[in-house]
Design a binder for this molecule. Structure first.
Ligand code: GLC
Ligand code: CA
Length: 525
């Protein structure tokens, strides 16, 4: 386990939309470098940068045309190498995005693979042996290649599936995962990883990490075997490199070698019930929505077994949002976001802040761009200040990659930095708190102290710290039970020192009173 992950707070950067330094309307690597001091000052010490490789951008860069080349619109490989160095000078680690399941249909491997004549890349992708047969329930394309076969898709039409084989084979053209062609795909992936690690990157966020072997068993054992093999390479040659999976199944991902796995917004899962319960019939009962009348047990019943099962294997990553998910500001106000980010920054594992969530950027209802569709509204330019294009770019507003939020009350870093009560300054205080107390970091223990169905507050313990959260718009109280873990001193009373609070919260003996929308951290003395 890379040591630096223990105290890591990640910042996800969508490079298109972060900072444009050459005024062509699109963010660039130099823009990220320019803002490294900002990232550090916010309290983040690690970055995940969405794909910045050469691509036709039919899926915003997740359709990679050349894994080893920075897309010219973002700069050059030298710029990225410089970014690694500048980040390291500031104690910031950098994860790139690795897309192992598919390439762009314009990748050189695929252009070779489509040829009628057999060559070194013929089996790099999943092909049938005839242009007229389907691919057993998977999406595929037929009739587009010289070669007499159909090829499988992994996501959009532009993203043919790389061939890691089939665990349960029913057709002659399906290869076993240990077929030399499938091993060659895995080795090609390792070669790409080595390329960037050798140039100074610190690891990868791995796209659709569970999508490698097809017709895998329900434990994804064959896909897991590939990741274990890759983890062996890392442990041996790059022990400080980290891999974080887009899998959202910590049991499978962390036991397959990932260091951390995202807790993604999947309808009805624990994370979804905290801030994104928008699709449940009968209204939004998100626990962290002030009038949601939520139920913390919906979260805990999903999260606790996952946490207990994997806490010795790796980390579960809470995210404020990501480039695929509607921004939380869509349904939550600044005060609700403060409590939400406070919770995510005081839970175990490795947290991720999506750029702009520290100021509560909005989800914009805008037309699709580069395959974004409903995701596009979460990908708009970072709002730095009140100058042209909110400081993102000096380009003509009509030529920006995506429109900037131009509403009168659009938040900006400049405004919020001046206001000590802003969301931005709350996030800075929270990241500082997490860095100060090892108990709050990735490995600190986690125990529920008070959680009752449809009740507030929610109280949990991290090591020597007690955290009380009342997200509701009503004052809440709790009576702690005799046998709970606060009872530490001889007289049966806990002695507590308040070390952080958003609004008021008191613990007297076994009685807790938490103001509406409050968050507090106490240290057991
Ligand atoms: C992941 C990415 C998403 C992309 C898809 C295909 O889900 O996060 O943005 O479109 O994979 O690569
Ligand atoms: Ca630019």
């Amino acid at each position: 386990m890379p040591n630096w992950l223990k105290d890591a707070i990640f910042y996800e950067i969508y490079p298109q939309s972060f900072k444009d330094t050459n005024n062509d309307g699109i963010g660039d690597i130099n823009g990220i470098i320019e803002k490294l001091d900002y990232v550090k000052d916010l309290g983040c010490n690690a970055l995940w940068i969405n794909p910045c490789y050469d691509s036709p951008f039919k899926d915003a860069g997740y359709d990679v045309r050349d894994y080893k080349k920075v897309a010219p619109r973002y700069g050059t490989n030298e710029d990225l190498y410089r970014l690694f160095g500048e980040a390291h000078n500031r104690g910031i680690h950098v994860l790139l995005d690795l897309v192992p399941g598919h390439t762009s249909e314009e990748h050189e491997w695929f252009l070779e693979s489509k040829k009628a004549q057999h060559n070194a890349y013929s089996d790099r992708y999943v092909w049938t042996n005839g242009a007229f047969c389907g691919i057993g329930g998977h999406p595929y394309i037929g009739g587009e290649a010289e070669r007499d076969g159909c090829y499988m898709l992994n996501f959009f039409k532009c993203q043919p599936a790389l061939n890691y084989g089939f665990l349960n084979r029913t057709e002659e053209w399906q290869m076993a995962p240990d077929h030399p062609a499938c091993i060659a795909t895995r080795e090609a992936l390792k070669d790409i990883m080595r390329f960037w690690l050798d140039h100074g990157c610190d690891g990868f966020r791995v796209d659709m990490a569970d999508s490698l072997v097809k017709e895998d068993d329900e434990n994804k054992s064959a896909t897991g075997k590939i990741w274990k093999n890759i983890r062996e390479m890392l442990d041996k040659d790059y022990p400080e490199a980290a891999i974080v999976s887009e899998w959202s199944n910590p049991h499978q991902a962390l036991k397959s070698g990932f260091h951390a796995d995202f807790y993604l917004d999947h309808h009805g899962n624990g994370y979804n019930t905290l801030i994104r319960d928008n699709e449940t019939p009968g209204g939004d009962h998100s626990f962290l929505k002030k009038d949601g009348n939520g139920d913390i047990m919906r979260f805990l019943l999903d999260y606790l077994p996952k946490y207990d099962d994997t806490k010795n294997d790796g980390y579960i990553s809470f995210i404020t949002c990501n480039h695929d998910t509607p921004r939380a500001r869509r349904t939550l106000g600044y005060d609700e976001l403060k409590i939400a980010w406070a919770m995510f920054l005081t839970l175990p594992g490795v947290p991720f802040i999506y750029y702009g969530d520290e100021i509560g950027m909005r989800y914009l209802d805008i037309p699709t761009k580069e395959g974004g569709f409903g995701r596009t509204g979460s990908r708009t330019p970072m709002q730095w200040d009140n100058s042209k294009n909110k400081g993102f770019s000096d380009a003509n507003p009509d030529t920006l990659y995506l429109p900037v939020d131009d509403s009168d009350d659009a938040p900006s870093v400049e405004d919020q930095a001046k206001d000590s009560d802003s969301l931005y300054n709350e996030v800075k205080r929270l990241t500082a708190l997490r860095h100060k107390y090892i108990d709050l970091q990735a490995d600190g223990s986690f125990k529920v102290v008070y959680a009752e169905k449809e009740q507030f507050p929610f109280i949990y313990r991290r090591g020597n710290l007690i955290i009380v959260i009342n997200p509701s718009d009503k004052k809440a109280s709790a009576t702690l039970s005799e046998d709970n873990c606060l009872k530490v001193s001889d007289n049966g009373q806990a002695e507590l020192k308040s070390i952080y609070s958003i609004r008021g919260c008191e613990i007297n003996g076994m009685s807790v009173i938490a103001d509406a929308q409050s968050f507090a951290v106490f240290e057991l003395c």
